[in-house]
Design a binder for this molecule. Structure first.
Ligand SMILES: Cc1cc2nc3c(=O)[nH]c(=O)nc-3n(C[C@H](O)[C@H](O)[C@H](O)COP(=O)(O)OP(=O)(O)OC[C@H]3O[C@@H](n4cnc5c(N)ncnc54)[C@H](O)[C@@H]3O)c2cc1C
Length: 498
């Protein structure tokens, strides 16, 4: 057995692992990075990149081929002129290769002697084995960055090779003619809309909750919006699946308990992802997964309960956006290199976006979180629907809504949930405002350029301000700077959501 001794061993060469390696090397320590194949990180194979490329292909072709008023049916878009189906996936793969090459230049190259090919597994808290190569690594610190894999529900197993994941779809020779998508998260919804626009007969079987929304009103509006561009059975249950050489038959109960069946070329599992560390044997290092199956780590330092072991990326948290994987990877690498020196902290402001049409976003605190913490932080909601804005009139877009959550005591913006055209940009603006601890009066005084998609934020801020004034008039609350607190005013009521 070949023995290697280093300061830091990084397990996994995806987005988080590559950043961890880069940071560890910047700190001048010896490091190795272990991965079975050092291929493109997940984000390029099946993540946002292929989805974004497909969206770009649609935009390029839609102006000349598709009519805006082409009806959406359960069987995709009813248009006679079809796009060049046979080449779309080839185009996608070529563009993905070009984009990835450019993107990979953002990462420092890994020195050949620091690369170890294979699956790592913990022998104990200080040693890793890479059985494929016969290497044993002794390290002072470790970074676990082994990513996640798609969750494949057992109910779709009878579909055999007709059950695919996002990654498989992008590797097919040509787009299928029809597809059923299981799930109601970002991948399911984005892909459902994209494939429908590309003329693939698409149907989504969704669970009870749409995306990550916790605000019921926003979720309902979002569901209506999405329902205009893809056929979706929310709250449905698949009862049986059978398959043959030509496709798959899916029997289901819809939300009213009515039975139905549908036949498609494939069924695609997009019902979430689960952290991937099965071959790692973290139990030998004294680390066990949390209830979500992720490796628990301090969100500000990425340190696990075993102080010299750090974890970053989608193995350590659910629904990790790319930016967070990169930031956490860098933090884990930096702290692993510094350990046992003082660890650096780098807080993360939660920001989740889905590039559906309209965009969905959750910024800062979710409504559910605020509801749970009501005793500590009573809050008020500022609401605006998209059709109230000038932007909507100009662009003839009417669907969408935003809820802003403000602290009743400090008037600081705490969070937002929204389903809006240009919602991704609006969410970035809100994230910045939360990071700067902006208050309701400050946002009220801010000059919002018109017409602009951000007008809706101004409308929601005004709505929150009106509600504040009404509450103050009703003497339900005392605003900051006055003598009596909200609790002193109405202690018996406890939590109130205004
Ligand atoms: C379909 C999809 C769409 C997405 N869309 C977006 C989006 O629009 N915006 C956004 O910000 N984020 C998006 N994401 C999230 C983003 O892709 C992830 O945050 C990011 O890729 C996670 O990086 P990672 O390093 O944790 O995992 P990965 O990049 O998967 O890397 C994990 C690495 O670990 C290796 N590995 C596993 N086990 C072992 C072992 N035992 N030993 C050694 N190596 C091992 C694997 O081979 C792999 O190379 C999307 C993800 C998916 C899947």
């Amino acid at each position: 057995m070949k023995e290697i001794r280093v300061q830091t061993a990084i397990i996994g060469a995806g987005s988080a692992g590559l950043k961890a390696y880069e940071e560890a090397k910047k700190h001048g320590v010896s490091a190795v990075i272990i991965d079975p194949d050092f291929k493109l990180p997940a984000i390029f194979r099946s993540g946002y990149l292929p989805l974004d490329i497909l969206r770009a292909i649609i935009e390029e072709q839609s102006s000349s081929v598709l009519q805006d008023d082409t009806p959406i049916t359960m069987y995709g878009m009813d248009h006679s002129i079809r796009l060049k189906f046979s080449t779309i996936l080839q185009d996608l793969r070529e563009r993905r290769r070009n984009c990835s090459e450019k993107y990979m230049k953002n990462f420092s190259a890994i020195a050949e002697q620091d690369k170890i090919y294979g699956h790592a597994s913990f022998e104990d808290q200080k040693h890793l084995l890479v059985p494929d190569t016969g290497i044993r690594i002794t390290a002072e610190t470790f970074v676990i960055a082994t990513g996640s894999r798609p969750y494949i529900p057992s109910c779709i197993q009878p579909a055999g090779s007709r059950a695919i994941t996002c990654e498989d779809l992008f590797e097919l020779q040509a787009l299928p003619k029809s597809i059923a998508i299981l799930g109601a998260g970002s991948t399911a919804l984005e892909l459902g809309q994209i494939l429908t626009r590309l003329g693939v007969k698409t149907v989504i079987f969704g669970q009870r909750h749409l995306w990550h929304f916790t605000d019921i009103k926003i979720s309902e509006i979002a569901e209506k919006c999405i329902g205009k561009s893809v056929v979706m059975f929310m709250n449905s249950e698949i009862t049986e699946i059978s398959s043959d050489d030509n496709g798959v038959t899916i029997y289901y109960l819809d939300q009213f308990g009515k039975e139905g069946y549908i036949r498609t070329d494939y069924i695609l599992a997009a019902a979430g992802r689960i952290p991937s560390f099965s071959k790692l044997h973290t139990e030998n290092a004294g680390i066990s997964p949390d209830i979500f199956g992720a490796i628990p780590a301090d969100p500000n330092t990425r340190q696990t309960k075993v102080p010299h072991i750090f974890a970053a990326g989608s193995v350590a948290a659910q629904n990790t956006p790319l930016e967070r994987s990169l930031k956490d990877g860098a933090m884990a690498g930096r702290n692993a290199a510094r350990y046992p020196g003082e660890l650096r902290k780098s807080p993360w402001l939660p920001l989740t976006i889905s590039f559906t049409t309209p965009n969905f976003a959750i910024v800062g605190k979710k409504e559910e979180e605020l509801r749970r913490r009501h005793d500590a932080e009573p809050y008020i909601i500022g609401e605006a629907s998209f059709q109230e804005s000038h932007w909507a009139e100009i662009h003839l877009e009417t669907a969408g809504m935003i809820h802003l959550y403000f602290s009743l005591r400090t008037q600081k913006l705490l969070g937002a949930e929204l389903a809006l055209p240009m919602g991704a940009t609006i969410a970035q603006f809100l994230a910045f405002s939360i990071a700067l601890e902006k208050t309701l009066p400050e946002l009220l005084g801010f000059s919002f350029y018109k017409p602009s998609p951000l007008e809706i934020v101004q409308l929601a801020v005004k709505n929150a301000s009106t509600r504040f004034r009404e509450l103050e008039t009703d003497r339900k609350i005392q605003l900051p700077g006055k003598q009596q607190s909200f609790y002193e005013a109405e202690p018996q009521n406890g939590y109130q959501r205004f």
